[in-house]
Every structure is written in C-alpha cells, then in structure tokens.
Design a protein around this ligand. Structure first.
Ligand code: AFP
Length: 333
C-alpha cells in the first residue's frame, strides 16, 4: 500500500522540524502561513476574472505603485494573523510601520516580517509570484518595539517562501534543513514533495536583470562576462533565466544550482532588495540547503540592520558561483 501523504503539520510534529524550544505553536504558525498561501493562490488562479488586476492608485513606502494584488495579499496576512494568538508583531513590505497587536488581544512570541506578494510586475501578465516570510521569536516581556524587530538574519528562527507557479509550493526551514511542500488543491493540504532539499555546489544558470548592467560596478560586470565566456574544459556556458520574481528565480537555483544577482549599482550601492523580509529569509533557506548568500562583500545573514525597509545587494545561489562573484567584486580576480 502506498505510504500515506505527509502533510505540513504532520511533518513538523513528527520530525520536530521546529525551532528549539518551540511547543506546538510553530506547527500552528506554519499552518497559518500555509493558509495565507492558499487564500492568495485562490485569488491568483482567477485574477483575470475578478477585477484584482492593475494598481490601486496608492504609492507604498518603497515609492512603488501598489498593485491591487499587493494590497489584497497584505490584507490577507493581517486578517489571518491578527487574531491567531501566535504573533506579537507583524512587519510588511507594504506598510511603513510595523503592526503591533493591542495589548489585550491574544498574542504569541513570534514576529513575522514579510513581503506579501513578491514580483508585483508579474501580477497582470500571469507570471510567477511569491510570498516571503522571516520568523523571529521575541523573548522580551509585553510587545516588541520596532527596534526589537530589526534583527540580524542569524537571529531568525525560521524562514519560508510560497511560490505561486504552475503549482503552489511552500518551502521552509527552521534550522534543520529545507523542506518543500506542494499544495494539492483537491484536498487543500500542502503535501511533502521535496524532502531535505540540497542545492548543487555549482550550476549552469544565472539570473539577473542585465538591463541594469551599465550601472553595475566593474567587478560585477567582469563576473558576468566570465560566466558567459565559453568554458575551456567543457565549452559549456551558462543559461540566463530571469522572471522578475525573486522567489521563482531563487527556487529554480535552489533545486538546480546557479546564481541570482541583484547587485549594488554605482549610484545605488545598496541595491533594490529589502534585507529583513526578502534577503534574510531567502539567505537562511539557501544556506540551510548548502548554498551561500552574500552582499558581494559579506554574508547577508551577518548584515547589522538599522532600518525596517533597508535594502541590500543580493548575490545568492551555489557556493562555487557566489564565491567566484565575491572574488570579482572584491578585486581578487
Ligand atoms: P516587487 O515585489 O516590488 O515587484 O519587486 C520584485 C523584486 O523585488 C524581485 O522579486 C525581483 O527579482 C526584482 O524585484 C525585479 O526587479 P527588476 O524589475 O528591477 O528587475
């Protein structure tokens, strides 16, 4: 008889795939993140039919036009977690300030920092989208202040992303490896599909917006040219893959190896991606799978953050390619 399918909750409980010291609330937290993913996926599946495409007319804290789906995804997070009793504070790419729960509301020890819908340029053209979540645990009394939510990536107790692609996947780590689950829409459960994901040491894919290459520092440009030069030994070169959705591009590299870059630019050395709720959670996942995540000059997870929406250059993927990129960027090649 075929083994019974392993659901997300069953996996966490059976494998104790939770942060040290977590009681049952971590599996409940992941189940709620999964619920957010199901609710967002359900809308995305029919987005072209239910008037959720296009922009709201608002500009977010990033100075970007807010898409209707950005707002909907953000509201879904708040609705699901406000009364969950699992979190004490929430911070979103879409909100300038964190959301603190009222003192008299039920709350837990977890702090979530998230990009509710990653890849907004894809919303109206049916291309991949994602959700990225960083999980901290607040050990203080009462509710955390904003500075207490702005922590180095090494302080994360878990990280996860949802990928809304040809199927909806939830990939997470709690510090004991990386697990991938695929949503079975028929039963409404995330079922284990990629156990203990390991990233290849090297790959044959690079992912970057080369439309920006004229703005890259010379070391970055030289690295990209090196990747494209025919390999003397095998004659092979890398293939370019870039979807405009960080989650989709990193997921491809997590499974098949290679490198994603959103590097610093000469007039924007901090790059575009946000440290706390994009780079840090993906860096934790990738490192747990045996990969590497760098700013070009240091480990992403060691960056000491100063502000909630701080940006950081991100070079993430297989160890061989990321180390090579660091050599070029730091002038060792
Ligand atoms: P949004 O979530 O604001 O659309 O940004 C998407 C993103 O942060 C990341 O998902 C993409 O890899 C990157 O930006 C795309 O940026 P460019 O459009 O500048 O290439």
């Amino acid at each position: 008889m075929r083994p019974s399918p392993v659901t997300l909750t069953r996996f966490i409980l059976e494998k104790q795939a939770a942060p040290p010291g977590a009681a049952g609330e971590f599996s409940a937290l992941m189940a709620q993140i999964g619920l957010v993913g199901k609710m967002i996926a359900q809308v995305l599946r029919r987005a072209g039919l239910v008037n959720v495409l296009g922009v709201t007319g608002e500009i977010n804290v990033q100075g970007e036009a807010v898409k209707k789906l950005d707002e909907l995804a953000n509201e879904t997070f708040l609705k699901v977690f406000h009364h969950s009793g699992l979190v004490c504070a929430l911070a979103s790419e879409e909100l300038e300030k964190p959301v603190h729960l009222p003192e008299n509301w039920p709350h837990g020890r977890y702090v979530l920092l998230f990009d509710p819908l990653d890849g907004s340029s894809n919303t109206d053209v049916n291309m991949p989208l994602g959700t990225i979540v960083s999980v901290l645990r607040y050990e203080g009394s009462g509710l955390p202040s904003e500075p207490e939510m702005i922590r180095k990536g090494t302080r994360q107790v878990a990280a996860c992303y949802l990928l809304y692609g040809s199927s909806t996947m939830l990939v997470f780590t709690a510090g004991q490896g990386v697990q991938g689950f695929t949503l079975d829409p028929g039963v409404g459960e995330y079922l284990l599909s990629h156990e203990n994901i390991r990233m290849p040491r090297a790959g044959k894919v690079y992912s970057a917006n080369e439309g920006n290459s004229r703005k890259w520092p010379s070391g970055t440009r030289q690295f990209m040219e090196y990747l494209k030069a025919p390999d003397k030994a095998t004659g092979g070169t890398y293939s370019a893959r870039y979807t405009g959705c960080l989650v989709a591009d990193v997921h491809r590299i997590l499974l098949g190896g290679g490198i994603y870059l959103y590097p610093g630019e000469t007039d924007k050395p901090e790059g575009k991606l946000r440290l706390l709720y994009e780079a840090n959670p993906l860096a934790m996942v990738v490192e747990q799978a045996g990969g590497q995540a760098s700013t070009g000059t240091m480990r992403v997870l060691e960056v000491e953050p100063k502000t909630l929406h701080q940006r950081v250059p991100l070079i993430i993927g297989s160890r061989e390619e990321v180390s090579l990129a660091e050599d070029f960027i730091q002038g060792r090649r």
